[in-house]
Design a protein around this ligand. Structure first.
Ligand SMILES: [Zn+2]
Length: 506
């Protein structure tokens, strides 16, 4: 676990360096944190999911099991010659190196070869529509260069209409949508990571005093609408998410500067009077707002905040956490768990962002700043190791006024009480997670502890410590995919169930 105050062990110059590195990396990391991992998004009428894409001999590949599994029960069997994948009464045979597969009574020939990678059967993504059609008799359409696969009638079309009367551009969708909205000067971006949005054109230009053009771009399993304006724009949702009206953003009342619209401001709770003197703000590394304040995931400049979960994989970089063996340390397990949880949340239509998606060293303050600055709707810190078995959920243990005067809780006293107003909702969601873990036969219990940086998080927040499932299991069990998956699924399900309560009073 090792969550003793990390920052107190680092020297000041090192902290300063880390802040700089972090500030720089924020600029590119958060807006499209996972976008540069290649993925194929599959839009089925009942669900949207993403497949990992890898390159083999200059072709893009994705897994057959991963494609079929969300659509029904799939069985995989190792055969003498390769793998057999069965769905219903249709069986397919896949042999490494062949450019032909047999599925049911048909043979599918495709450019490239079957690749078997660590037990996964991979096919060129161009072959996937034929696979779907043989296994499930489903028609699908692949937008190959954008890596978007639409099954049956999953696509959501939209039209754009300029309403001269009230000076707005109205986008009407055939289904409700939930894009991430961001702005950059007088440009407004709507990023659709899960919605099967398609447009009948690449864009239009307008002869209008507010909106000059709209462009539609599809890329890496996502679609984006970019509206170019002559002044800052504002997106307003209505009709249950089927209509987005884009109009002029109200001008700031203080100064009407021609510079890009202001980035969201960190909401930092006022320092508690007793503690302010004991830790001057200038010495608190994390309270410097990130240099390039993120206008990104879930945050739009007009303060229309879309709910997203900030997943914080504990430790990282120089700080390995518990070392379980030569090869296995806590920082790796927490990242794997974090990524699985992100996928499970996204599969359930909940936006999720990883605070670190690589081997990065971050202080507790930096973690709190990142979460608060982006206005996460829920913060989850993940740790792995002991004590005990199963999963422990921690909510913050707020300092009593007496303790608040001391130095015990590290260098971030000024805003060490940010969590206070969210504690009830933090406990509620953690309790929901405990209940779901029970449904997955994972032992879980909930308690309170002064786990940094929970006290500094201005949102419902909890930490989870994942221990091996049983007392006889070795730490290797922590890297067991099915154990990790059970935990990710239970947590994601619980969040979906508790979300109406989490979002109250936001
Ligand atoms: Zn830990």
């Amino acid at each position: 676990m090792q969550w003793s105050s990390l920052s107190s062990r680092l020297s000041k110059p090192l902290i300063a360096l880390l802040v700089i590195i972090f500030s720089v990396s924020l600029a590119w990391k958060f807006p499209l944190a996972s976008a540069e991992e290649k993925k194929l998004t599959v839009y089925a009428p009942q669900t949207t999911y993403a497949l990992q894409v890898s390159d083999h001999e200059n072709r893009e590949y994705a897994g057959v099991y991963e494609l079929l599994q969300p659509l029904g029960k799939v069985q995989v069997r190792v055969t003498g010659a390769g793998y057999s994948i069965r769905m219903g009464d249709v069986e397919g045979e896949f042999q490494e190196g062949r450019s032909k597969i047999r599925v049911g009574h048909s043979e599918i020939t495709f450019p490239g070869k079957v690749v078997i990678d660590q037990g996964r059967v991979l096919l060129p993504i161009r072959a996937l529509p034929a696979v779907l059609s043989q296994y499930l008799k489903l028609h699908s359409e692949l937008h190959e260069s954008a890596r978007r696969l639409f099954i049956e009638n999953a696509a959501a079309r939209f039209s754009a209409e300029l309403k001269k009367a009230d000076g707005s551009l109205v986008l009407s969708f055939s289904k409700p949508v939930n894009p991430n909205v961001s702005t950059e000067g007088s440009k407004l971006h709507l990023l659709f990571t899960r919605d099967p949005v398609i447009f009948g054109a690449d864009g239009f230009t307008y002869n209008d005093k507010l909106v000059s053009s709209i462009n539609f771009v599809e890329r890496n399993g996502a679609a984006e609408v970019v509206v170019n304006g002559t002044s800052p724009l504002l997106a307003t949702f209505s009709d249950g998410g089927k209509t987005i009206a884009i109009s002029a953003a109200p001008l700031p009342s203080v100064a009407q500067s021609p510079t890009p619209a202001p980035a969201p401001v960190i909401t930092q709770p006022a320092p508690a009077p007793e503690s302010a003197s004991s830790a001057p703000a200038s010495n608190v590394p994390g309270t410097n707002p990130p240099a390039a304040a993120p206008v990104s995931h879930g945050v739009s400049v007009n303060n229309v905040v879309h709910f997203f979960v900030m997943i914080d994989a504990g430790h990282g970089g120089l700080e390995t956490g518990t070392r379980f063996s030569e090869k296995l340390s806590e920082k790796e397990i927490t990242l794997l768990l974090a990524r699985r949880l992100r996928t499970e949340l996204q599969n359930r239509g909940v936006n999720a962002v990883l605070l670190r998606d690589g081997d990065t060293t971050l202080s507790f303050d930096q973690r709190a700043v990142a979460s608060n600055a982006q206005r996460a709707g829920l913060y989850i810190s993940i740790h792995a190791g002991g004590p005990g078995t199963g999963v422990r959920l921690y909510t913050a243990l707020m300092p009593t006024p007496e303790q608040g005067k001391g130095e015990k809780l590290g260098p971030f006293l000024p805003w060490g009480t940010a969590q206070a107003g969210f504690l009830e909702r933090s406990r509620l969601v953690a309790a929901s997670v405990v209940a779901e873990m029970g449904n997955k036969d994972v032992n879980a219990l909930m308690t309170t502890a002064p786990v940094p940086p929970l006290n500094s998080i201005a949102a419902p927040a909890f930490a989870m410590e994942v221990a091996p499932p049983t007392s006889s299991a070795t730490p290797d069990a922590l890297s067991n995919p099915s154990y990790q998956q059970a935990i990710a699924v239970a947590t994601a399900t619980a969040i979906v169930n508790a979300r109406p309560k989490i979002e109250e009073q936001r």
